[in-house]
Design a protein around this ligand. Structure first.
Ligand code: UDP
Length: 329
């Protein structure tokens, strides 16, 4: 199939491009390289451009004639979204509208949309099922809820279908260390812990130890990026085979506390890095665990890397390789 992948040079997008490429799909990656890298695109062709640039986007649709679109390009940092809401709504909502317009104009009816567990805000019950209320507590989550609403309306009006995948905490890297997370300002726990082990930061802060959890720190459902990539392949097959619109959570269905992650990160790296317990970070729900029954039942998805040590080991191998490559430059 010919598939246009926005944000395909970024962390999650590049792992999905790898998986799609391995299956022989024809790919066009459309990415502005704001956080992505050209070297991360292992398959297909890369067009460097903005989603704002309607002319370039239309040219891409016209010449490539995609049968489906996977839309990863977005701004994804919660704290930044609180400081710069306009930028988030412009990039995540307005630019997505531009993409949807191009799809409409060129008759492309299949979309896989990257959504997030942040749409749920602070859920009342665990694990989270897709039908639970959407109460985002920051502009990042709100921007994803807005696009989900737009998509719902398009399905009512047009011959169009989509699958929104709501990601929980994505981590890890390609086990052959060809690609992995490569942002200059990583804020996520596993990446921060590994960069601290590597000496890039003097210490790791644990944000809050007074949550209503067993050890007082927040619990998250960490999913290996290659399992998430496989979920995209299966979702796309489901979409094109059935033509049915769906929303599916992507996670393993169980979680680890911040302290548990720190313990495993120290074990995997063999480095006893400095950890400091600090105040809570604003807007962190105590627990986020996916009910991924829908993804499993509808698409046949089965996790292959449901092992925190493996997840952290692949992320660590990648971190070491990425840093040594940077040092050589
Ligand atoms: N966290 C932490 N120290 C850090 C980064 C994150 O204690 O340096 C905590 C954060 O407060 C949350 C959990 O780790 O409880 C996961 O945060 P992350 O930013 O990785 O993902 P989120 O769940 O916010 O999307």
């Amino acid at each position: 199939m010919r598939i246009l992948v926005t944000g395909g040079a970024g962390y999650i997008g590049s792992h999905v491009v790898k998986a799609l490429g391995e299956q022989g799909h024809e790919l066009l990656v459309y990415d502005n390289l704001s956080t992505g890298h050209d070297w991360a695109v292992l398959y297909g062709k890369l067009v460097v451009g903005e989603l704002e640039d309607s002319r370039l986007l239309n040219d891409a649709f016209q010449s490539f004639r995609p049968e489906a679109v996977l839309h990863f390009a977005a701004s994804i940092q919660v704290e930044e979204s609180v400081r710069e809401p306009l930028r988030y709504y412009r990039n995540n909502v307005a630019n997505t509208l531009n993409l949807l317009n191009a799809m409409d104009r060129h008759g492309v009816r299949n979309l896989i949309y990257s959504s997030t567990a942040s749409v749920y805000g602070i859920p009342e019950k665990m694990p989270v099922v897709e039908s639970m209320p959407l109460n985002p507590i920051n502009p990042y989550g709100a921007s994803k809820v807005m696009v989900e609403a737009v998509l719902r309306d398009i399905v009512q009006a047009k011959d169009f279908r989509y699958i929104a995948l709501r990601y929980f905490n994505v981590a890890g890297a390609d086990s052959r260390t060809r690609i992995g997370q490569a942002y200059s300002d990583a804020t996520h726990l596993i990446t921060r812990a590994l960069k601290t082990a590597h000496g890039e930061f003097p210490k790791l802060s644990i944000f809050g130890t007074d949550y209503p959890t067993a050890d007082g720190t927040c619990i998250r459902d960490y999913i290996h990026v290659d399992d998430l990539a496989d979920a995209h392949i299966r979702a796309l097959n489901y979409l094109t085979e059935t033509g049915k619109t769906e929303i599916m959570n992507c996670g393993y269905g169980h979680g680890f506390s911040v302290k548990e992650v720190v313990t495993v990160a120290k074990k995997v790296t063999g480095i006893d890095f400095t950890v400091l317990e600090t105040d809570r970070r604003a807007g962190d729900p105590p627990e986020l665990i996916a009910d991924s029954t829908k993804l499993r039942q509808l698409t046949g998805w089965q996790p292959r890397h449901d092992d925190l040590e493996f997840i952290i080991k692949t992320a660590w191998d990648w971190e070491l390789k990425y840093k040594s490559n940077l040092a050589k430059k």
